[in-house]
Design a protein around this ligand. Structure first.
Ligand code: CO8
Length: 256
């Protein structure tokens, strides 16, 4: 039913694969519509505990579709609130893992940064090259990159448009882990299964708390974490997790 993405579900893990290989998975409006549709369904489905976003060996995504962008003018961009659907994907509460192989450039790098964990093949290349085509990051890259790697490095990447490899991305804190290319998908699935094996409400709360660090002063962030902590005592997962520990058995968070 989708034309620009492929979706699959294994156990409690859903995968969305960008699938426009001829255009290096450039992200046009159809990709956005289809990712939003699929991801929103997984977000609402209690049987799914983690979502993987990935591409192919050559490209996670080489950015916004420049041909489509070049057809726009100010009025069409403003009136359609172009790109706004990507904010809705970032705001979904399900834990998201980006499994990046090859190019993650411009919007591709920005989508990876919307995910909670970025796993990158040692062949991955990251960059915000928009300046080279007369534009700037447009779906949060100037903000998320700066929060992830600091002003000095974000300025270097955004003002020069240079590409970095997975090692440099790891060293600057842009990615969570660097993985041999042929193991990327199996490690991503294993990681997603681990996350999905925990209680969904708890992992959602945990990522909300980490994200709150970006949005708040330390004091407000700690207040938010404390509220979440108190709230999780209303979750069956807290009872099950702590009781299982005390009974020296494995917890079962996802009995259907
Ligand atoms: N948009 C459209 N088509 C693309 C894109 C793109 N971003 N990237 C690659 N393609 C196409 C090429 O046009 C080419 O098509 P064709 O075979 O029909 O000529 C095909 O993919 C293969 O590309 P290349 O021949 O260029 O492959 P190379 O191996 O020589 O080079 C590169 C690979 C270095 C990745 C090169 O393709 C490149 O520089 N691509 C553009 C990268 C870029 O500038 N990205 C930023 C785009 S702007 C952006 O992302 C704005 C962010 C705002 C929000 C984003 C929301 C999603």
């Amino acid at each position: 039913m989708y034309e620009t993405i492929e979706t699959s579900v294994e156990g409690r893990v859903a995968t969305i694969r960008f699938n426009r290989p001829k255009a290096l998975n450039a992200l046009n409006s159809q990709v956005l519509e289809e990712v939003l549709d699929a991801a929103t369904k997984y977000d609402a489905d209690p049987a799914i505990g983690c979502l993987i976003l990935t591409g192919n060996e050559r490209a996670f995504a080489a950015g916004a579709d420049i041909a489509e962008l070049n057809e726009q003018d100010y009025a069409s961009m403003y009136a359609s609130n172009f790109f706004t659907g990507w904010d809705r994907i970032a705001a979904l509460r399900i834990p998201k893992i980006a499994a990046v192989s090859g190019y993650a450039l411009g919007g591709g790098c920005e989508v990876a940064m919307m995910c909670d964990i970025i796993l990158a093949a040692d062949t991955a290349k990251f960059g915000q090259p928009e300046v080279k085509i007369g534009c700037i990051p447009g779906i949060g890259g100037s903000q998320r990159l700066t929060k992830l790697v600091g002003k000095a490095r974000a300025m270097d990447l955004i003002l020069t448009g240079r590409m970095i490899d997975a090692q440099e991305a790891y060293d600057m804190g842009l990615i969570s882990r660097k993985i041999p290319a042929d193991e990327l998908l199996s490690v991503a699935k294993e990681t997603a299964e681990t996350v999905a094996g925990y209680a969904r409400d708890i992992t959602m709360m945990a990522r909300a708390c980490v994200n709150a660090a970006d949005e708040n002063s330390l004091e407000n962030g700690i207040r938010f974490e404390r509220q979440m902590y108190h709230a999780l005592f209303g979750s069956p997962a807290q009872q099950e997790g702590m009781t299982a520990f005390l009974e020296k058995r494995k917890p079962n968070f996802n009995e259907q």
